[in-house]
Ligand binder design. Structure first.
Ligand SMILES: CC(C)(COP(=O)(O)OP(=O)(O)OC[C@H]1O[C@@H](n2cnc3c(N)ncnc32)[C@H](O)[C@@H]1OP(=O)(O)O)[C@@H](O)C(=O)NCCC(=O)NCCS
Length: 167
């Protein structure tokens, strides 16, 4: 498959949001309950661009089939050397290496950070495998920290220490 990973552009946003909302509405992998509106997605996109946090798109035959981003991890400045990763692949394109490509490219663009962190629900075996494969290590599991669709959800934090000296 000839997949290109590139920086996301504003016209990618509707499909990025569609892929995100599929996980919101159909899985317990993401603890958001209501779908994200296009307006909210626009604000998310603009904030990332303004703060220089990357959003990447995986493109196959001109169509966005997955995306990944780095985001600010918690509010205080003392966390500025850490970024949280997100990666989503369209359902019909999974298990073909696209998640790995996105995560690898995201890490290549993470020069400003010492630590990458992934917040993964315990039932998300695909995501846990993907992050393990890319060198993330499980740090801890927060038992029953969330609740969605009538189920208590445990969340595993996985992290990867980068070699960047950022201080
Ligand atoms: C998690 C996700 C991004 C993986 O993307 P992907 O493109 O399928 O990942 P890859 O094809 O690069 O696979 C990487 C590894 O993940 C694992 N994996 C992928 N799909 C899997 C599945 N359905 N079941 C078990 N393991 C799976 C495999 O170990 C694979 O390594 P391998 O090819 O050597 O076996 C994708 O399943 C997804 O979008 N899920 C819904 C959204 C989500 O949960 N995002 C993460 C939130 S933390």
């Amino acid at each position: 498959m000839d997949i290109t990973v590139r920086e996301s552009i504003p016209s990618d946003l509707p499909i990025i949001n569609k892929i995100f909302n599929y996980a919101v509405l159909n899985t317990n992998y993401n603890l958001r309950i209501e779908p994200r509106s296009q307006e909210e997605a626009q604000q998310w996109f603009e904030k990332h661009k303004a703060e220089n946090y990357p959003i990447l798109s995986a493109v196959y035959q001109g169509e966005v089939v997955g995306w990944a981003s780095l985001s600010h991890f918690r509010e205080y400045e003392g966390y500025n050397t850490t970024a949280e990763v997100s990666v989503y692949v369209s359902k019909s394109y999974r298990h073909r290496g696209i998640g790995t490509m996105l995560l690898t490219e995201l890490e290549r663009r993470a020069k400003r950070y010492r630590l990458l962190i992934a917040v993964i629900t315990d039932n998300n075996t695909a995501s846990i495998s993907l992050h393990s494969r890319c060198g993330f290590i499980p740090v801890c599991t927060l038992r029953e920290i969330g609740c969605k669709n009538g189920e208590y959800i445990s969340v595993t934090l996985m992290s990867k220490k980068l070699k960047n000296n950022v201080i």
